[in-house]
Design a protein around this ligand. Sequence first.
Ligand SMILES: Cc1cc2nc3c(=O)[nH]c(=O)nc-3n(C[C@H](O)[C@H](O)[C@H](O)COP(=O)(O)O)c2cc1C
Length: 368
Amino acid sequence: MTVTSERLHNQLCQDLGAHVPIFGFTHSLDATIAISKAGGVGIWGATRSTPDEIEAGVTRMAAELGDLPYGLDLVIPPNMPERDNRPEIEAAIPDEHRQFVAGLRAKYGVPDDGEPGMRSRFVRSEDMARAQVDVVMDSQIKVLALGIGSPEWVIGPAKERGKTLVSLVGQPKHAERAIQAGADILVAQGTDAGAHTGPIGTFSLVPQIVDIGAANGIPVVAAGGVATGRHIAGALALGAVGVWVGTAWLFCAEEHLAPETQAKLLAAGSADAVISRADSGKTLRQIRTSWTDEWAAAEAPEPLKMPYQDILVGDLLGQIDRHRVKPLMHSPVGQSVAYFDEPTTVAEVMAHLVDDAEAALGRLDAIT
Ligand SMILES: Cc1cc2nc3c(=O)[nH]c(=O)nc-3n(C[C@H](O)[C@H](O)[C@H](O)COP(=O)(O)O)c2cc1C
């Protein structure tokens, strides 16, 4: 069911063809499609997908969504290796780190099935990013979001093809850089957010980025901790023209999260969404589990940089999920985890966000 709201419908909605100014980020294609069908803008996180998978996903979105707005997100950090050369990466991993990971495998009985996980099925490299971007350039994708990095070799060709460029930023200096590179929309993502996140809280960050955006004629959307309509009303009051939501979809049937992991999220409060570099080498907010505790212990080594940490732990992480090794199963999640205590659906989340935002804005009208 599509949600509509005269109150929330604004220029951003008009520009993108959305009913409400709510972007929904998810790694699930089913959830992405459901978000766009519900009136928002579904953004498919495809950075861990191969070019062939991206092609298939984009074809499916085009077939199911037609003219509805939707997009795709890639993460292209600077200084990645040029080629996907796993032996080269493995040769640089210190013994201490290998032994620590082998110790975790033994302690928790994680079977080694010889298969990689999502983070180790390919090495994040410049070659791979270029192959992924090539598929996007040739596709009908209208919105391309960049989670980390704003390389000119992506932005130039994307703009030539009329794509809308969205850059996620966590600090004012990132916003300046993204605008210089050619971003059309900025997502100001505060530390409250799930997954890779910076040090500045959403409330502190959004007005700073809004000011930078305003000076350059670039609209800003707020991310990090948005889970209710009160947050949407707050984001609008801070000067944002919309919101970008990630954590909320993890509770939806369309996300297909493992039930063991979802149960941990349903039981969690905001303080259980902790930051660790253990998954990727970059600061990643996730549910606190034995995994984060083990890596935070005094005897644990410092996680390596991306992509070395990806390769160090990637196979193990895949095997933990495939063999359902419960104490170590986890997911990125933001501090808004506290707002969800039962499984839901994308349509329900969207309806609730919009109804609640209208109510919150109504209360503000009554005050002023
Ligand atoms: C499970 C999960 C995975 C994420 N993966 C990515 C990613 O691959 N690329 C990206 O740009 N952002 C990613 N994010 C961050 C979202 O784009 C978004 O900024 C964030 O979830 C917003 O804050 P919230 O989690 O409080 O709603 C992820 C978030 C979650 C919860």
